[in-house]
Design a protein around this ligand. Structure first.
Ligand code: ADP
Ligand SMILES: CSC[C@H]1O[C@H](OP(=O)(O)O)[C@H](O)[C@@H]1O
Length: 403
């Protein structure tokens, strides 16, 4: 195994030339490389040739990029990310970039360059629509969650997978940022000026904190399936005819509803943000209705496909009972709502914000959009046991949100 060294662009270029056949026959002097990362944790280099041949070299730093060396972080996250993406690409080859090479020692993965796609967050902030996105994400979620669980895997194999994806440091980030910080006066929080009193209300909402404790405990203990672990709008690349899920370094065995809820939470963050992003009211209302339809289709697409897998591919006969399977799906639904609520709350007052809210230029509108995100987040967490179906959720949403 190679000895780790943090790459400069010329190192990433040389590494890509040495470890893939992509640039064979090309004069290395005609290749270029720049660091293009904009995420919170890692370096991302793009190596390219004028002919159009290119690759992405992603390298983990021994610390969190967004904070610096004062926040050390395991390099093992690069192994976890590459191995999780390889499993995802076996299950959903069209929905994950091709991995050309990975090296746990150098904490490097070389993968397909998706520069012909755009990051979903950017596109949604601009109010763009992607016709394939929801069907593709329903498929990605149903297939990765079902086929990595005890419903499908042999019990020895599943336990080996749980061990392979023990990811304590990255899980700790989620445990803190999702379930701890927003509910206390934590120094990591990032609260908009003028929003302090509203944020402080979370710290004293005992009913909410009890429900968040329940969701956190499930995140800590429910090893249901191999989660991607960070399905936010910055982890999805889109094109009109294609969807690709990246950045699986938070992968671990956890509750299925966490991935589904994280994604729905991000659609709802955009829904709230549009209050201040899209000026024309008619256009905004139409776009927001489309987002609600998408959430509806996402859950029904997921539930339909997951149910098909349950009936056709459940291997353990003792798990093959309709009565229990419908209870399982009900539990995933309730978790989905709860984790969607947590995502809305943590992205509004916690450390890691989103452009859907932060980029609203008008301060009053930004605070109003943030308020909507908290109201929806709280309602989803608190009411997740009473909201029986998506019609109930959408009715609650329309009732609570400012149009
Ligand atoms: N396969 C890829 N193709 C093109 N650009 C990529 C690719 N992977 C990452 N990027 C770019 O790098 C950015 C950060 O990548 P990401 O995997 O989210 O890093 P981090 O782990 O630091 O969050 C993305 O927003 C995107 O701009
Ligand atoms: C200090 S990590 C904060 C936040 O960032 C991660 O996302 P990404 O690296 O894709 O930007 C993850 O959502 C973490 O919660």
């Amino acid at each position: 195994m190679a000895v780790y060294k943090t790459f400069q662009p010329q190192d990433a270029l040389a590494y890509a030339v040495a470890h893939t056949s992509l640039f064979e026959g090309l004069d290395p002097a005609t290749l270029s490389c720049s660091e293009i990362g904009d995420g919170n944790l890692n370096l991302v280099f793009k190596v390219s040739h004028p002919s159009g041949t290119s690759a992405i070299v992603k390298q983990a730093l021994p610390y969190a990029r967004c904070v610096g060396e004062s926040w050390p972080l395991t390099l093992d996250r690069a192994r976890i990310e590459a191995e999780a993406m390889l499993i995802e690409s076996e299950l959903c080859p069209a929905l994950v970039p091709t991995i050309y090479h990975y090296d746990a020692g150098m904490a490097v993965t070389i993968m397909e360059d998706l520069s012909d796609h755009v990051i979903l967050r950017q596109a949604m902030v601009a109010g763009e629509h992607f016709p394939r996105l929801i069907e593709d994400m329903a498929r990605f979620l149903a297939d990765t969650l079902f086929f990595t669980s005890d419903l499908y895997l042999d019990q020895q194999q599943k336990k080996a997978r749980v061990a392979q994806f023990i990811n304590p440091e990255l899980c700790k980030i989620t445990e803190d940022l999702f379930f701890l910080d927003p509910y206390c006066d934590h120094e990591r929080n990032n609260v908009y000026p003028g929003f302090e009193t509203r944020a402080a209300a979370l710290w004293h909402n005992e009913a909410l904190k009890a429900e968040v404790a329940e969701l956190k405990f499930r995140f800590l203990t429910e090893a249901q399936a191999l989660l991607h672990g960070d399905v936010h709008a910055g982890s999805i690349f889109v094109r009109q005819d294609s969807t690709k899920v990246i950045d699986a370094e938070f992968a671990y065995y956890g509750p299925m509803g966490f991935d589904i809820g994280s994604f729905i939470g991000n659609l709802l963050l955009n829904f709230c943000g549009q209050w201040g992003l899209m000026a024309a009211e008619d256009q905004r209302n139409a776009y927001r209705s489309g987002l609600l339809e998408s959430i509806d289709q996402l859950w029904s697409g997921f539930a339909e496909r997951f149910s098909e897998h349950l009936s056709q591919s459940t291997r353990d006969p003792s798990l093959n009972t309709l009565r229990w399977q419908s209870r399982l799906l009900r539990g995933i639904w309730q978790d989905t709502l709860g984790y969607a609520g947590c995502e809305l709350i943590r992205r509004t007052v916690g450390l890691a914000h989103v452009k859907d809210l932060d980029s609203i230029a008008d301060e009053q509108r930004r605070l109003q959009a943030a308020e909507q995100a908290l109201i929806l987040g709280e309602a989803l967490v608190l009411q997740r046991h009473e909201l029986d179906n998506m019609a109930d959720v959408l009715a609650m949403l329309v009732d609570k949100v400012r149009y």
